[in-house]
Design a protein around this ligand. Structure first.
Ligand code: BGC
Length: 729
């Protein structure tokens, strides 16, 4: 129970959303949940983590590798695909326990019924490997052909990204290799296809693709199966000869045989679930949606590399430029910290490795320290464009200030480093670059801040907070509070190093020329303005002047839209002059700093801001869920949990910002679902290695059980409505 995602009919309207929903992956690549005969038209893609390219002046985005799992059928010379003939039966499913995608389609043709079943996976054992088992049978004797091979004509948003293709066959192997346009990185894909039946096989080559045509005459009801082993390598993987490495990967797999490769892959999934499964009794739907959210995080987790992080749309394609946002630190990191600390460390290492990029960005804007990229690519450079949305009326690009003004990104990264250190107690993180990141972010904020003589305080002016609809505001409460946190973390880091690692301390101070900065930070922290709750209403004003904006309902604002794809924020958006916000902002601050605010303050602000929140970002509902749990109201929290944990199952999320496609998977919401369940309903807290739970399960849940890893020790947490237990394993 609770492990299969399934659809039992074909609806062409769902092709794009199913590509996200039925995705498989392993952190190295994401293979969209498309059917074997799909091409770039149906957005088939094998998206690679961390390898980016730019075509001309357009946005940089990650590469989609040539698709080695392509397979299409012809019956008596006529193509038979789901797009050219309606099936009489069709199912597509994902076994999230084992990371296996399946499909079964039956057509009623003039030659009788023809059936395809397929099973495929992206290996967890060898991250370069993809495998497909494809079986066809017919009701009557007929001439069939399976066209299968490597489709190099890939889907790109701003491509093409690959050039100088070489397409070749060498004995039983077929291969496609190419170079990326911008950095000339070699990318190769190879495939081997085995079968258990006699057929005539010929090779068809095009400029970018190579296919086998496997022609044979069927016997009624006999199953004809092909096994495909494919591999993807790029020079970024440390490969000296990408084609050779591809071949080694697939020859190894083919010598092991499909069943063995399959069972090894499943074993790995078993380990992943052993560490991360959450059992929910009382609601099958919630059980499935939460496991599905965890599955989504597992298939994009960079387990194999400390150079990678997780893009905001996971590995589901090129939307959002495949870039890394604050989503990773604030919404995904907690899951990994509690269940796979080595992945959490990889994610933080990515920010340590890209510190130089953040320094350059700060310098570019005339500041000191580290201003991290709003949309980060492989070396920390900012992929965020100056024009992130397009005006739907004029078609003109609209200047947005996300990159320039969402300074809270540097605070999110300091937060991630410091919280990871506190959670794991592992000082090596600080000593190996983590301390430098925090200090440089604090330095950036000090140089960004304004000292207002008349008010005798530092203010943070001209920023965008989490609510992106209100640009260039002053003293956004969330931002100021996070900056305070960063300054505090920097001072605590310095104190710790000075006390216990004096040599490292001295070296770091000398390297960063930081001695003067220390007094600056002490003063900064003391005099930094952080908006407080109003004495009467208990409300915290989201930013200076928010209270004076037009107070109208969400419906009212929505009714003012002339075009449904209109952008709500920025200079002319329908919500810019109103109190309607895009996503949790003050409420996020109250959640993160829950120990510092009373329940009354939390409640008052939740009640005030929730009706004014569009939840136009998938990052929003989980935060409302989490704060409701803090207030002790799991019934308020529950619908937000349902929303966040179902985001990629229903496909019910924004697909456009202006005229720009922003669809794909939503790993931050997936992480948010885990947080809502574990940190919200279970009320798990880990402080100084001490675990506490304060459960508040939704009515319908009878029991909840999960494991966590804290400082190398594994624990089982088991909760019912009247009891709970934390057991060291
Ligand atoms: C949200 C950001 C988020 C980004 C990527 C935007 O819509 O406003 O907070 O980082 O999407 O998920």
């Amino acid at each position: 129970m609770g492990w299969i995602i399934e659809e039992n009919k074909f609806d062409s309207n769902n092709i794009v959303s199913n590509g996200n929903k039925f995705m498989t992956g392993n952190g190295y690549m994401g293979y969209r949940g498309t059917l074997e005969e799909y091409t770039k038209k149906e957005l088939a893609a094998c998206n690679l983590a961390g390898l980016y390219d730019r075509q001309g002046d357009s946005w940089r985005e990650p590469i989609n590798a040539p698709n080695a799992l392509f397979a299409a059928l012809s019956v008596e010379g006529r193509e038979l695909g789901i797009m050219n003939m309606a099936p009489i039966e069709h199912s597509q499913s994902l076994d999230i326990k084992n990371g296996i995608h399946k499909r079964c389609t039956v057509w009623d043709t003039e030659y009788g019924k023809v059936k395809i079943t397929s099973e495929r996976f992206v290996s967890l054992t060898d991250v370069h490997m993809l495998c497909l088992k494809y079986t066809v049978s017919t009701e009557r004797t007929c001439n069939l052909a399976i066209k299968t091979g490597i489709d190099g004509d890939v889907w790109d948003i701003n491509g093409p990204h690959l050039e100088e293709y070489t397409v070749e066959q060498e004995k039983s192997l077929i291969k496609v290799s190419a170079l990326t346009q911008e950095l000339k990185v070699p990318v190769a894909v190879a495939e081997i296809c085995e079968r258990t039946f006699e057929a005539e096989e010929s090779i068809v080559k095009t400029e970018k693709s190579i296919f086998r045509n496997i022609a044979f005459k069927t016997e009624p009801k006999v199953q004809y199966t092909i096994y495909k082993y494919a591999s993807v390598w790029t020079e970024n993987d440390g490969s000296k000869n990408v084609l050779e490495d591809c071949c080694l990967s697939i020859l190894r797999a083919s010598s092991m045989g499909y069943e063995k490769v399959y069972s090894e892959h499943i074993e790995q999934w078993k380990d992943r679930w052993e560490a991360s499964d959450v059992l929910i009794e009382g609601s099958d739907e919630d059980q499935l949606s939460l496991r599905y959210s965890i599955y989504q995080l597992q298939i994009i987790a960079p387990m194999h590399s400390s150079k990678l992080s997780i893009p905001a749309r996971g590995l589901s394609g090129q939307t959002y430029k495949g870039a890394i946002f604050w989503d990773t630190e604030m919404f995904m990191l907690p899951f990994f910290l509690h269940t796979a600390p080595e992945v959490a460390r990889n994610l933080v290492n990515y920010r340590i490795r890209t510190l130089e990029g953040a320094r350059k960005k700060a310098e570019f804007y005339g500041f000191k320290g580290a201003f991290y990229a709003w949309e980060s690519h492989e070396n920390g450079e900012d992929a965020c464009s100056d024009f992130n949305v397009t005006d739907v009326f004029t078609g003109r690009p609209v200047k947005t200030y996300f990159k320039d003004k969402q300074v809270h990104i540097s605070a999110a990264i300091s937060y991630a480093v410091w919280e990871t250190y506190k959670f794991t107690g592992d000082v090596s993180l600080l000593l190996n670059g983590g301390a430098e990141v925090i200090l440089e972010c604090a330095r950036f904020f000090y140089s960004y801040a304004y000292f207002k003589e008349d008010k005798n305080r530092y203010e943070i002016l001209d920023v965008i907070g989490p609510d992106e609809y209100h640009e260039r505001v002053n003293n956004n409460a969330y931002t100021n509070k996070m900056i305070y946190y960063t300054a505090d973390a920097a001072l605590k880091t310095l104190e710790l190093l000075k006390k216990e690692y004096i040599k490292d301390y001295q070296e770091l101070i000398a390297k960063l020329d930081y001695s003067k900065e220390i007094n600056n930070l002490i003063k900064f922290k003391e005099k930094l303005y952080v908006p407080e709750p109003d004495e009467n209403t208990l409300l915290i004003e989201q930013f200076d002047g928010y209270n004076r904006l037009e107070d109208c309902s969400l419906d009212e604002v929505r009714s003012r839209l002339i075009n449904p794809r209109e952008y709500w924020g920025g200079g002319h958006g329908v919500s810019s002059t109103t109190k309607i916000i895009k996503q949790a902002d003050v409420v996020l601050m109250l959640y993160l700093f829950k120990n510092e605010y009373s329940n009354e303050v939390k409640k008052a602000n939740w009640e005030y801001y929730e009706p004014r929140t569009e939840h136009g970002s998938s990052l929003s509902p989980c935060i409302y869920s989490l704060l409701s749990c803090e207030i002790g109201n799991s019934e308020w929290a529950y619908p937000f949990f349902v929303k966040t944990s179902n985001v990629d199952l229903t496909g019910d999320s924004k697909q456009f910002a202006g005229s720009i496609y922003i669809g794909g998977t939503h790993p931050a919401a997936n992480g948010g679902a885990w947080m809502s369940a574990i940190l919200g309903f279970a009320g798990l807290k880990v402080e100084n290695g001490e675990i506490s739970v304060n459960p508040n399960l939704p009515e319908r849940w009878k029991r909840m059980a999960f494991k966590i890893i804290v400082r190398g020790e594994k624990y089982l947490v088991d909760i019912t409505h009247d009891n709970f237990q934390v057991t060291k394993l």
